[in-house]
Design a protein around this ligand. Structure first.
Ligand code: AMP
Length: 628
């Protein structure tokens, strides 16, 4: 057994003592009395009786020892700007934003929705909410009005913080009009909207509702708002994620457990220490951004880089140039970003001094072997694949060089992370499986500190969605297939459900289908994820029309496809736009009416569709094939 496995074993077998030790990594205003309350499993409360605050741990705690150290470095290749904030300056910004939110009546337990591009004000707003005990919900900037409206209605925020616009690849994307449209669709509109005006997109403020960030910032300059001491299990934030239904789930997290998990992960998984520089290329709208752009590095006393831009502008060396300039110790990216770089001049990997970099971490989607090999050889650095989910908040499986440098295997995120009692389970019998047997990756509760505590506003759905799919056992299903090889290395083998992963973005096919079906010409549709060399998967839609004769006119097919894509774009955002929409007269279904998605995917990928005894109309699959 290596040290990583021994550490894991201790976390399960000697759990209370283990987490008591990990919990010393953060500041507690009031110490906890009980490590974990598991009297109501699958609900668990960590560090019961303790009081702390995420913002205090991320900012205030470092003022004495690291006040002049850079806390946040913002680099935008979109607007060609850079700004560094020391811990002291970050403290001032966060306090001013906390004061402006407080002036709008935001207090403990109130929700604040943040719909922002990668600008420092977004980070200030997140930390300001944490300071006040308000619950933030960051919505990814690539989402459009319908997505946004659903999240506003579910979270019912008192205030929304947004920007006039973001930019990507040199193209300005207005945010404010999308937000206005979303609010017009809502049943629970916010009282106030605070707008960061970057001067990228001219907009008319809504009288009585919209406030300008810059003038509020001036008004509250120098105001200090004490961090509110919160029960360890008070909610800190809600982050929505897609599932198999059309309704996104608000993943809720706590305060104390999350702080402990992140502090400990910076040390053990990322091998980091205070004063290091962390570059995470995710987006604050995703869980990786929450944990490893904002909270993790700051709770760890590090410098975090917030990068607004793509990996290929001005050229494919931009990320490596950041590593050189800022002496980045730890970098975290996604396989898609690296696959994009593979198409660039390989000399760019050698052009910069990367001696500060210890390792490149990658997560969010399967890391294919050729990509892992290419980047590992090109950089000459360890590549650490880590597997997790929005729900878990930090890695479930990972190489953990802070504990021991165990050799990695390409295609494997190595070993279970301490705290996660993770198993490969037979989905029929519910039994644990042995080496090299494929099953569902599941976690025996309690979920560790830092993982989701419930679905916002819906405890029953939490139990039903995650803990009810394995017969005879109340275990958390990841809805991923996996196996453990004979040397105890874990492998993730794809989703068991209809969730797809496009360029590291998790999308529910059901949501895209609902959007396609909202086009007046469409009767029904099926959306599947098809393997793609660059993005891992792309969404492809198959639509049945109410009146197929509309396609008879010249050019009608392309026109309708473009129209449907536009509908999805407007409702859900460009991330969800299918790569293709094809028209068929019937969908392949079972006799009981269930769409045979796996068969569609197989046909699209040129594989054998397998057992089709339950199919109602075999010609339906032929049509799918022909339509491509
Ligand atoms: P999200 O909640 O958006 O982070 O998506 C989580 C899903 O992404 C997981 O359930 C997996 O299907 C996939 N995923 C994340 N990280 C990895 C990884 N390292 N290897 C394979 N799949 C991954």
């Amino acid at each position: 057994m290596n040290a990583v496995q021994a550490f894991h074993r201790r976390s399960i077998q000697d759990r209370d003592q283990f987490w008591r030790e990990q919990a010393t990594a953060i500041h507690w205003h009031v110490p906890f009395s009980t490590v974990v309350d598991e009297s109501k499993l699958p609900f668990a409360k960590w560090f019961v009786g303790g009081q702390t605050n995420l913002c205090f741990n991320a900012v205030d705690r470092w003022l004495d020892s690291r006040g002049d150290q850079a806390a946040l470095i913002w680099v935008s290749t979109e607007v060609d700007q850079e700004q560094t904030y020391t811990y002291r300056q970050l403290y001032q910004e966060v306090n001013a934003v906390a004061a402006m939110l407080k002036a709008q009546g935001v207090g403990q337990g109130d929700r604040v929705l943040i719909y922002m591009p990668m600008v420092p004000e977004a980070v200030f707003a997140m930390l300001a909410c944490a300071r006040l005990g308000a619950i933030h919900s960051v919505v990814f900037g690539g989402f459009a009005s319908v997505n946004l409206a659903q999240r506003i209605d579910d979270a019912q925020p008192k205030v929304i913080v947004c920007a006039d616009a973001g930019a990507r690849g040199g193209k300005v994307t207005p945010y404010k009009p999308l937000l206005d449209k979303a609010i017009s669709l809502c049943t629970a509109p916010p009282e106030k909207v605070i707008v960061v005006d970057r001067g990228l997109f001219a907009f008319e403020p809504v009288a009585g509702r919209d406030l300008e960030y810059a003038s509020l910032r001036k008004q509250f300059d120098g105001v200090e708002i004490p961090a509110v001491w919160l029960d360890s299990s008070a909610p800190s934030y809600v982050l929505y994620t897609s599932g198999t239904t059309g309704k996104p789930k608000g993943v809720q997290r706590d305060v104390g457990g999350y702080a402990v998990a992140l502090a400990s992960s910076i040390k053990h998984i990322f091998n980091g220490k205070p004063g290091d520089t962390f570059l995470c290329t995710s987006d604050i709208g995703w869980v990786v951004g929450h944990s490893y752009i904002v909270y993790g590095p700051l709770i760890g006393g590090q410098t975090t880089i917030l990068y607004e831009g793509t990996p290929v502008r001005p050229d494919g060396g931009i990320l490596w140039s950041l590593v050189e300039r800022f002496k980045v110790d730890t970098m975290f990216s996604a396989p898609t970003a690296i696959r994009v770089l593979k198409k660039q001049d390989p000399g760019l990997l050698k052009k910069y001094d990367l001696s500060s970099l210890r390792a490149l971490y990658m997560a969010g989607e399967p890391l294919d072997e050729p990509t892992a090999q290419w980047i590992s050889e090109g950089l000459g650095k360890p590549i650490i694949d880590n597997y997790w989910q929005t729900e878990t908040g930090w890695p479930i499986l990972a190489g953990q060089p802070g504990i021991e440098n165990v050799p990695t295997k390409f295609g494997s995120p190595s070993f279970p992370v301490y705290g996660f009692d993770v198993r490969v389970i037979d989905e029929q019998t519910g039994e644990d499986l042995g080496p090299n047997q494929k099953g569902v990756v599941a976690i025996v509760p309690p979920l560790p500190p830092g993982a989701m505590t419930t679905i916002w506003g819906d405890d029953a759905r939490f139990v039903e969605t995650y803990f009810s799919s394995i017969p005879g056992r109340q275990v958390y299903s990841t809805f991923d297939w996996g196996l453990v090889d004979e040397e105890d290395y874990w492998f993730i083998l794809g989703r068991t459900d209809d969730v797809i992963n496009v360029a590291g973005h998790r999308l529910g096919t059901r949501e895209i289908e609902e959007s396609i079906n909202s086009h007046s010409a469409v009767a029904e549709s099926a959306v599947v994820g098809i393997a793609d060399q660059l993005k891992g998967q792309v969404a492809v839609g198959f639509a049945v029309l109410k009146d197929p004769s509309v396609l008879d006119a010249a050019g009608a097919t392309q026109k309708l496809e473009a129209e449907i894509m536009k509908v999805v774009d407007e409702q859900l955002g460009p991330v969800a736009r299918p790569a293709r929409v094809r028209f068929v007269t019937t969908l392949p279904k079972t006799r009981s009416g269930k769409v045979l998605r796996r068969a569609i995917v197989a046909v699209c990928e040129g594989r054998d569709p397998g057992d089709l005894t339950t199919i109602e109309d075999p010609t339906a699959l032929e049509q799918i094939k022909d339509s491509l």
